[in-house]
Design a protein. Structure first.
Length: 343
């Protein structure tokens, strides 16, 4: 062959390497699926059956990414957990509507096919799907030389769930004097990393040499699917909110009825160590609450008579606790008291 001829491979795209990776995904996802799904990885589309036990099924769909947490993975060369984050960011939104996750698809765009890195990411995605009791049924891997610098990549996820119309969590179920509960986060989850990285870069912090940071900054997002679906099944939940970008205030107000507000007592929040570490860098309380979950990964809105019943459905490290209540208030979210940052 004439060496001067143009080929796709010479331009930076290796179709053979991509095909091998697709085969890897197909094989590993088939071994890991826990229920019958008509996945067609490597084909043009995947088919899923609608569960027969749902009388009036409604489809719910979500999409999200993991943001610049990817750069932390690149820094410490650890890729086996950001796939969990990817699944969590979508399925934790699905359950806010009362939906049970059915299946998940991923999109990975990268400078050059890197089998060890990509396989590690996919294993994390499969782990996240297992934790969510859903299946990875397909996706896309795009090799994009020139768009991404060497070693750089991005990932996105797409989740589809289903809910019986009678079990949809809507604002009408939320009433005055309902309790607002905080379910602990596992840490930063996948939000606020641009600010975290700004601090790290400006302060010249080598996270690879600090075990606490190396562990906390890559810790995967807690997936709340199993616990929330149990509460919905038992009719113990009036509403809930996934606490992501925008913090407690911006996210919980999305589920509050127009005629009501929510009062949050900030001194009741149990602050995790990673947020206390960040607070040392002269970040205002308002900025902390707007950027991070500050230890509250998910909020539940329940009838106060069900408090003890709700708590028992959560494991030891994620027991919900009361941080506020629903009230008649023109302000959608009212914070009272100050956060207690000290131990």
């Amino acid at each position: 062959m004439n060496k001067s001829m143009f080929t796709y491979r010479k331009s930076g795209v290796d179709i053979k390497a991509a095909d091998k990776f697709v085969n890897f995904i197909s094989n590993i996802s088939t071994k890991n699926k826990g229920k019958k799904m008509y996945n067609n990885i490597g084909g043009f589309g995947s088919i899923s059956s609608i569960p027969k036990n749902i009388k009036n099924p409604k489809i719910v769909a979500c999409t999200d990414g993991v943001g610049t947490k990817i750069e932390i993975a690149n820094t410490i060369n650890k890729y086996d957990t950001i796939g969990i984050d990817l699944v969590a960011m979508s399925v934790n939104d699905l359950i806010v509507q009362g939906a049970k996750p059915l299946f998940f698809l991923d999109y990975i765009s990268i400078n050059k096919i890197d089998p060890p890195k990509l396989k590690s990411i996919i294993k994390g995605i499969l782990n996240g799907c297992k934790l969510s009791n859903c299946s990875l049924v397909g996706g896309e891997t795009a090799e994009m030389p020139g768009t991404y610098e060497k070693g750089k990549f991005d990932i996105a996820g797409f989740a589809v769930g289903i809910v019986d119309e009678k079990k949809i969590l809507n604002k009408n179920k939320i009433k005055k004097n309902d309790l607002v509960l905080a379910v602990p986060s596992s840490g930063l989850h996948s939000n606020g990393y641009s600010l975290v990285r700004e601090i790290i870069n400006k302060k010249k912090i080598n996270i690879k040499k600090i075990n606490f940071l190396k562990k906390e900054l890559i810790r995967p997002t807690k997936i709340y699917v199993k616990e929330i679906l149990k509460l919905i099944d038992k009719n113990l939940l009036n509403g809930c909110a996934n606490i992501t970008g925008g913090g407690i205030g911006d996210n919980i107000k999305r589920v509050i009825p127009n005629n009501l507000g929510v009062e949050i007592d900030l001194k009741k929040i149990k602050i995790l160590k990673i947020f206390k570490w960040l607070k040392r860098f002269n970040i205002r309380d308002k900025e902390m609450l707007k950027t991070f979950n500050c230890g509250v990964g998910f909020c539940l809105i329940i009838n106060k008579k069900n408090l003890n019943k709700v708590i028992k459905y959560f494991p030891k490290n994620y027991k919900p606790y009361v941080i506020g209540k629903i009230a008649n208030d023109k302000n959608k979210v009212r914070f009272k008291n100050e956060i207690i940052w000290s131990p």
